[in-house]
Design a protein around this ligand. Structure first.
Ligand code: APR
Length: 308
């Protein structure tokens, strides 16, 4: 039997996740949104691409949470974009309400699902979903690290004029300007990147990675990135549904790992059938550890505001 994925929010990220899931035939898909007609229209349009693309997965758009029942996995993309004049804190409170109310409905109908959270501010929204769902932490995963790492890998591949497939590494920390790319653990076809690029080039790449989301927002003016974010979500779903036990950087609720307790922070985890199968604790230098803790502090400030 095919798996079932619900995507909450039929906007740019949500609809593109649905599109990529269908192309890969990973699951039947339910697209749900508060807007009437939008998920239905996009769902039907995606369904009608099936005969051309050759997929048989079913795609349904709805406003009714009963249609989401018994989903294996739910992707949360619902939320407001940041509007001009809106502070980060205003956005935090507005999206907190959206995530809280939608997760309540989602988990009533799919008590066994795995949750992947995409709504920003990512780490605080993942923490909201964990509290509201009362799921065990292996089933509540924030998507940030895979995206941030993809940006980092893209810039390194460009600088070296090599295939992006040659570049391996990860970005730690919260999803924001305090994220921590780790050159010491970044390799290009097995060669440490520090042997291939001068420190100033790497520093520029790290800065560009940390501002990667803002760079795209500045171009788009309205809205934010969605092609790479949706690809990142689907890589995580593929790892879970195929029980690949793939090591990917994800936002996860730490309970003492890396000396951080009670906060969602991005670290490498093993993703498999149960969601987070294992949190990988790597050795960090004192500077890397300090940067990770600084990033965790930024997450803490947000979760304290919304009290989750
Ligand atoms: N229930 C369901 N859907 C909702 C709700 C709600 N309570 N509130 C808002 N939505 C829907 C909107 O109607 C919209 O269709 O969420 C969708 C968000 O889509 P976009 O505005 O296109 O935003 P998108 O680019 O998809 O980003 C979604 O992901 O990367 C993050 O920062 C980004 O938080 C944002 C999220």
């Amino acid at each position: 039997m095919r798996r079932k994925v619900t995507v909450v929010g039929a906007g740019n990220v949500g609809a593109t996740v649905a599109h990529r899931l269908a192309d890969k035939q990973l699951a039947d898909i339910v697209l749900i949104d508060i807007l009437e007609g939008v998920p239905q229209g996009k769902g039907l349009d995606l369904l009608q691409a099936g005969p051309i693309e050759g997929y048989d997965v079913h795609i349904q758009g709805t406003n009714d949470y009963r249609d989401t029942a018994n989903s294996d996995l739910v992707v949360m993309t619902a939320g407001f974009p940041r509007k001009p004049g809106m502070s980060r804190h205003d956005l935090l409170k507005a999206n907190y309400e959206v995530v809280k109310t939608t997760i309540e409905k989602v988990v009533t109908h799919s008590p066994e699902c795995i949750l992947i959270i995409v709504t920003n501010p990512l780490d605080a929204m993942a923490q909201t979903a964990l509290r509201v769902s009362a799921f065990s932490r292996n089933r509540v995963i924030g998507m940030a690290g895979v995206l941030d790492t993809a940006r980092y890998r893209t810039f390194i591949a460009e600088a070296l004029k090599v295939s992006v497939q040659n570049v391996q590494g990860f970005v730690l920390g919260g999803h924001g300007d305090t994220m921590v790319p780790v050159p010491r653990y970044t390799t290009v076809a097995g060669i440490p990147v520090t042997e291939l690029l001068p420190p100033q080039t790497l520093e520029a790449i790290i800065r560009r990675t940390a501002g990667g989301g803002a760079e795209i927002v500045n171009y788009l003016k309205t809205g934010s990135a969605f092609y790479a974010p949706s690809a990142a979500v689907v890589e995580m779903i593929d790892a879970i549904f195929h029980d690949r036990r793939k090591i990917l950087p994800c936002a996860v609720y730490l309970e003492g790992e890396y000396g951080i307790d009670g906060l969602f922070v991005g670290v490498p985890v093993k993703l498999g059938a149960r969601g987070i199968e294992e949190i990988i604790e790597i050795k960090l230098s004192p500077e890397e550890r300090a940067a990770l803790h600084k990033s965790a502090e930024a997450v803490k400030e947000l979760v304290q505001i919304i009290g989750v």
